[in-house]
Design a protein around this ligand. Sequence first.
Ligand code: TYD
Ligand code: MG
Length: 461
Amino acid sequence: MAKVKKAYFCRECGYDTAKWLGKCPSCGAWNSFAEEVIAAPSSVPALVASKAVEPARPQKVQEIECGKTVRIDTGNCELNRVLGGGVVPGSLILLGGEPGIGKSTLSLQLALTNNGMTTLYVSGEESAEQIRLRADRIGINNENCTVYAETLLENVVAQIDTLRPDIVVIDSIQTMASSLLESSPGSVSQIRECAATLLKYAKSTGTAIFIIGHITKEGTIAGPKVLEHIVDVVLQFEGDNNSTYRILRGIKNRFGATFEIGVFEMTGKGLKCVDNPSEILLTHYAEPLSGVAVGATVDGVRPYLIEVQALVSQAAYGTPQRNTTGFDARRMNMLLAVIEKRVGLKMFQKDVFLNFAGGFKVADTGLDLAVVAAVLSSYFDTPLRDGLCLAGEIGLSGEVRPAQRTDQRVAEAARLGFKRIIISGYAPKMQQKVEGIEVVRIHSVSELAANIFERQTDIED
Ligand code: TYD
Ligand code: MG
């Protein structure tokens, strides 16, 4: 009997070795190697290699013929935006995200889009009935969408060959397995084999293939990380399970830019595109509240306004509590230290809680001014001026530095009817004058208090 061949694979990056190692030489992860059974290489006829392949011919760059790529409109404006204008035929797209975030929902909506394309939805996780129920819930009926509940790669490939769909969804790569390998589904070798086979099919038939991949909270499970090198596009679905908003982010895109984001809202009838994130992230209160500031932020190239809420209260114990949701806690501590030193407020005696609306996580230093304004507003228990918005980064010396793409932030604030925006005095002159909004420039955080409150006397402490 042939000897069973085993190898060790790094769960982080897919590096393989014959012997167990404590530290991966490729990605540096510790204790990430797992043993997997693989058949002897001689008995693994690569699926497509059996077909004779014509050798490629080197060509001069100018001589390479390229037709204009016609992108397939997915019928979903946010998805199109992240993909750079639609799906490129023959591309392999990885959609990653934590369990329950909505990957299956988004891809089923894509498969059900009524735009004349034929789609195949392969599910290894749910039965055909479950998918039918989900489709009913989403409420789109499309006779060009075929559902196939199967986990064996060879059968899936055979169906792709017969049906020749324009778009295929594989839900998920962790459940697919090739009979050529003996390791279990979800192992590094299976994931790699399945992805490589699907890649060859995508390229040779011009079918765009969406692969769904799970990641855990720690990002430890094998799969997406191993796949990132193979696929053309990596999309990441993010969001807080307690909130209904989801962000689709491009991490890698061979056919477009990666700085676009798509915003969705999970509703009872599937995912809805959110064209205007600012509108959902701002609340119109009956009367002005203290501790609330509006920041103009940019995620990728997309500007939107977000509400920052702060609560500053007297600390009951020796060490004050500092809590943030959606904002980096270390950055907040730094900003509080700047307030203490440059504005002269006794922050060391205060508990500070900070919250961003909609469960959004924003890693934009351009929101520093809004965070500090919210903290000051709560500290003095005084609402900010009506129609005020802020965009600027704060340095350790208390200087206000220009936020990236300040022009876009100002334009977005003006579009949403804000009357005044505070930005850095060091920001370059606006290329275009924005109508209807007063732009206030400040150089230091010590000037902030004088500009954000209605009456100066309010804040005499
Ligand atoms: P799902 O797409 O199955 O997540 P994933 O494939 O990423 O694991 O769905 C995630 C959640 O969305 C699930 O808990 C139920 C919810 N959901 C809705 O709120 N509305 C809907 O219309 C659908 C289809 C799902
Ligand atoms: Mg799913």
